[in-house]
Design a protein around this ligand. Structure first.
Ligand SMILES: C[S@@+](CC[C@H](N)C(=O)[O-])C[C@H]1O[C@@H](n2cnc3c(N)ncnc32)[C@H](O)[C@@H]1O
Length: 254
């Protein structure tokens, strides 16, 4: 079932100090039918380089647990930005929309919203929630690195928690592809875990890596004008801590 991925998982050793290992472990059924237990953070670490692992990692979170970022409401920094009139719209693309909280919130505020994620389970939960809340959102499954395949342009693209999951080369690929879905002077609004404490502490773990303002400015140095960057929060559900995050708004200049 997992092919190469299975082989890697079988050989996986804890790659982090024992104290940092998360309690959540997942039972996977390998091709041999031998049950295989994998620490979810080990899978995430491997996934830094292997998109199939990464997809598996996220999908398993949605299938067997409640991911920390699934807070049953939109992220507070998104709500604040909408209330300040900082989200331009009216068309919005939510990249890495997860189980749909931000997209559904935006639809409720009158935006015309499309959301996608590479986790099929996340998208099925998002569709279910949207139907229960009678929210008109188009959800579909896609890898963000193929965002350029989307045959439509949006006034605003939001990314709450996806960019920081990508490693260097993939970040560059993603940023290049983003330009295919933004209208000219379109907005990109991004939240990623910050390297600096504000009201909340710095995310202490290695994955996803924290991001500096310099990183953000470097990745978006061509074709983008950064309007503002401010410290906010990556809000988590009750059992997890909240961490400092950069909220960045930029404009596509081409
Ligand atoms: C930290 S979660 C945030 C989810 C959502 N934006 C929210 O705020 O609730 C990151 C999301 O990005 C998705 N993701 C990560 N890499 C992706 C990729 N390459 N393509 C599409 N989705 C991706 C994950 O499946 C996950 O749902």
């Amino acid at each position: 079932m997992f092919g190469l991925s299975q082989a890697c998982l079988c050989r996986a050793r804890p790659l982090r100090p024992a104290k940092a290992v998360e309690p959540l472990e997942l039972l996977l059924l390998a091709e041999s039918s031998r049950p295989l237990t994998v620490n979810i953070r080990t899978a995430a670490f491997l996934g830094e380089e292997h998109m199939r692992f990464k997809n598996l990692f996220f999908d398993l979170w949605y299938r067997f647990g409640k991911p920390p970022w699934s807070i049953d409401q939109a992220q507070p920094d998104l709500i604040a930005a909408v209330e300040k009139g900082e989200v331009r719209g009216p068309t919005v693309l939510d990249v890495g929309c997860g189980d749909g909280n931000n997209a559904i919130y935006l639809a409720g505020r009158g935006f015309n919203v499309t959301g996608f994620d590479f986790s099929a389970k996340a998208i099925s939960i998002a569709k279910q929630k949207a139907s229960e809340e009678k929210a008109d959102v188009t959800f579909f499954t896609l890898d963000a690195l193929k965002i350029g395949d989307i045959d439509k342009r949006f006034d605003t693209v939001i990314d709450f928690g996806l960019f920081h999951n990508l490693s260097g080369d993939k970040r560059k690929q993603y940023v290049r592809a983003l330009s295919n879905v933004c209208v000219r002077k379109g907005q990109f609004l991004m939240l990623c875990v910050a390297d600096q404490a504000g009201e909340y502490p710095v995310y202490p773990n290695r994955y996803p890596p924290t991001t500096s303002q310099d990183d953000i400015r470097a990745y978006f140095s061509e074709g983008w004008k950064i309007e503002w960057i401010r410290l906010g929060v990556a809000k988590s559900s009750e059992k997890f801590d909240d961490y400092s995050a950069w909220l960045t708004s930029m404009t596509f200049t081409k």
